[in-house]
Design a protein around this ligand. Sequence first.
Ligand SMILES: [Mg+2]
Length: 292
Amino acid sequence: MLSRQMSRAHVHTNCRVVGVGSRASGTAISALGFDLDGTVYLGSELLPGAADLISALADAGVPYLFVTNNSSKTGEQYVANLLRLGLPASRSSVLTSNDVAIAHLHRSGVRRPFLVATPAVRQEFRDHGFEPVEDQPDAVLITFDTTLDYAKLSRATGYIRAGLPYFATNPDLTCPTPQGPVPDCGSFAALFAAATGVQPVVLGKPEALMAEALQARLGVQADGIAFVGDRLYTDVRMARENGFQAVLTLTGEARREDLVASQYAPDLVFDDLRGLHAHLERLGTLPSSARG
Ligand SMILES: [Mg+2]
């Protein structure tokens, strides 16, 4: 496995791009999706190259979408945060796992969910026609609830044990922060699995529902989309399983040495978004600049 991967790899040492997936590194890119935590920013700090790259995409009219599994905030909160960081963003350029959950729960006929969610996210569900309830819910949805407490844990456990439809916005075990990883929705699901023996239906990356929503928003063919992220088991996996080009940045969770053992091989690997920016200029997706 290792030797096959290595034999496919092509390395451009001058620009630190390493293709280890199935595609040639010169494959055209016409639209991009970006993970946020660990890819575009970490905490309240933009990662190297993020501001220049996103501005260049906006200026050139290249479609892009911010795609996050982090369900602790609403779409509007993400837009406000991105604008505060100086990135061009609007509600239509942000796709969250809560957006996918809202659409999927509507399609599933859910009206009165028990939500393990922050107050702002509860309100976002109300704004989309749901009536979140404490008693007699018709489903359970768990999110990256940074206000999680024992009352919610015990109530949700009872409803899951009772066999209600059970959904999770995302499978991430941890969320990167400047202070290190903190437990995310996937860890909550692991707790509920220990307590009930039941696993949720997962909605965010790497699931196809997220990929379909992403492609619908970008409006181009899958193979023209580069999906950029820092995590192998969500970002790279979703890209590979849904026909996108998988771009890994080494600014978050994954380390270069993790590639050897990973079953999800990215098509392109960059130290940070500056490398992707230079690659898009070489491809002609972005006009060449005089950047050093
Ligand atoms: Mg990430």
